[in-house]
Each structure stands twice: as C-alpha cells, then as structure tokens.
Design a binder for this molecule. Sequence first.
Ligand code: ZN
Length: 306
Amino acid sequence: MPVEELDNLEVIDAHAHFFTYSMLKEWFSDPKNVERMKARVKYQTDVGKFELPDEEWDIGQMWIDEMDRYGISAMGMMISPQAWDEFNEARKKFPGRFLGYAQIDPDQDPVETVKRAGRDGFQGIKLYPSSGKHHVYERDLFYPIYEEAKKNNLLVIIHFGITIGNEANLRYGNPLDIQRPALDFPELNFMIAHFGAGFFREVLMLMYQTENVVMDSSGSNSWMTYLPYDLTIQKIFEKALRAGASCRIVFGTDSSFFPRGFRYNILEEQYQAVKALCPQLCYSDEDISLIFKENILRLTDFQLDI
Ligand SMILES: [Zn+2]
C-alpha cells in the first residue's frame, strides 16, 4: 500500500499517539491542560483545529481510515494505561497495522507493565525522562525495566529534550544518559524520539559511541528554533545520515489527534529532504526504504498485514 504521490513510497509511521476518549477526558479535567492546548492551537500553525473526541468515536477505525487514505502501511502508537484496552481491541481487529509501545512510569509498577506489554504482543515501551524525576541510567530503577524489555524483545523508545509537559525537568532530558545502559544491554535497541528534541549534538555523538541507538524523525522538529544556530529539516537529515547512516534513522510523524489526523505534511517534507540528499551523498532507494519502512520492522520484528 504505497503513497502514490510520493513515488509510490512504502511507509510505516513509527511514532504516533493513540489518544482515546477516556484518556483525553481525564487529561482535560485539569484546567491547566485545557489552557495549554488552547495556547498550542493558537501559536502553532501546524496544530490546526482540535476537537475533544466523542465517546462514540472508534479511534482504531479512524486511524485505519487515515492510513488507507494516504497509503500508509502501519503506525506505531504510544499507549497510556487508560488507552490500553481500546488499543488492544484495535490491534486485534486490524492485525499488522498497529505497532504498540506501552508508556512506562518508573514509579508505577514499571516491570509489571513491561511484562504485560510483552504478553499482549506490543512492540516496544516508551520512557519519558524529560517529564520525570529520574535519570534513565539509574540502575535500581531502570535496569529491571531494560531486563524485562530484553526478555520480551521490546524496543525502548525514549523522549529526551524539550517537551510540552508542564512538569518537564530538562536535567533528566539529556540523551547521553542512555549511553551506559545501551552498552550494558547490547541486545536491546533504543530509539531516541524527535532526533533528541534539541539535544541533536548529543544524539549524533551517540551514533559514534553506541551501536544499538537509533533516532526517530517524528514531529515538526520545532526544537530547531531553540538552538543557537540555523538548521533545516534537510540539514538535520544530512547530519544524521553522515553520523548514523540510513539504518539508524526511523521515520515518524507524531500524529495524535483528530480532526488533524495523519500528518501528511511531515511525511512529504521529510521525504523531499531525504530525496534531495540522494545524489549529493550517493544514497539509493534502499536507504530511503530503510528510513521510511524497513528499520522499524527490523527493530521490532513486526509483521505487516500484506
Ligand atoms: Zn510523540
């Protein structure tokens, strides 16, 4: 199921969010969160309109419709505890279309949640140190999580760097924190979201220093605005390709809510950026295929619905 408008590119969106009615209802019961969402819609042109979902919405079906509309093969979804059951139903109803990554709170039965993710056939776990109170290298807390992820063959996705979370503490958001665990767990794969969301230099250094860390390209990458030098999407890909090669970049959109749905503009922009680099850096169609589809399949052993 290729994307016709983009040279019949085959695409898996490796980083998106499965927001359900119950989850958003709980989130918006806090007025602070409502204010923050309003501010986002106002200041970020890319957000567009936001609607609270209806209780009747079938989120799984809605994402399937989006994928079919654009020609996307599958999407990887971050799953919070409140969204778990609804996601699981969608995953079973549409096999080979949804990868699941369980969000792990290191202070709330993390090992049990990782076990459950493995049992339920999820492909990964997601850690969010930027909004937490811990460094991901803390052995007592995180090594049992990595151990269990290894047993269940789960990809470890980590959001470092800047974040919209109101409790963010960037002291815990430096990707260099994952260097030691990556060396201690060579069989485990770690994926850093949004090219490190501002800590791009650190992520590039990790490409040299580790073998089992990859970066995801998801979102608008607006963290560029907060760096003291100019970057463009194309420049980011060029640096990432030079430092990490095509086998270490994983495409994602960070799509999350409706009516915006699938963020096709991000796919288009990133595809054009990679394509423009091809002649200059001698990359082939194979490299493009790794970034937009094959890397995430290799990292998770996910079986597409073909
Ligand atoms: Zn995300």
